[in-house]
Design a protein around this ligand. Structure first.
Ligand code: CMP
Length: 143
């Protein structure tokens, strides 16, 4: 079963959007495999966003993602990686379609509410960075 890593960023947690985000993925039909409210260390932030290390906004990105608690999650389901990206909307909320999470709740690219893995390789890497095996559940039956 395909799995992805999703994270409500500090702006989303602060604005009380955790329930809304979880509700959308539950109602879509995906299964929650792991979840935790946590503070990201600067070291973890730099590992997580390693591919953006050379970008001019890297420092700002690390500062923002470590500024407050995030809600980290693992979700599973058929085609969950691509479908979650569609449900999140474009990275820049200004370009995100209404009906998507960023389109409905975001305005700024730096504070775009949610992160989601962009490929199977990223999903595996990011899940491994944030979750131990014991922190994920296995469902007996998949509906
Ligand atoms: P995310 O999907 O978490 O992956 C990298 C993040 O970089 C992205 O969401 C944006 O929040 C952030 N980002 C992209 N472009 C900019 C920018 N120009 N300034 C600040 N942050 C950015």
């Amino acid at each position: 079963m395909e799995q992805t890593f999703l994270m409500v960023k500090p702006d989303g947690v602060q604005r009380g959007l955790v329930g809304e985000v979880v509700k959308r993925f539950e109602q879509k039909g995906f299964q929650l495999v792991g979840a935790k409210l946590m503070h990201i260390s600067s070291q973890l932030a730099q590992q997580h966003y390693a591919e953006h290390r050379e970008r001019p906004f890297f420092g700002e990105l690390v500062e923002f993602i470590t500024a407050g608690p995030v809600f980290a999650m693992v979700w599973q389901g058929e085609n969950v990686i691509a479908t979650a990206r569609q449900m999140m909307g474009a990275t820049n909320p200004a370009d995100a379609a209404p009906g998507t999470i960023r389109g409905d709740y975001g305005v700024q690219v730096a504070m775009n509410i949610i992160h989601g893995s962009d490929s199977p390789e990223s999903a595996e890497r990011e899940i491994g960075l944030f979750f131990s095996e014991e922190e994920k559940v296995a469902y007996e039956k998949t509906i």
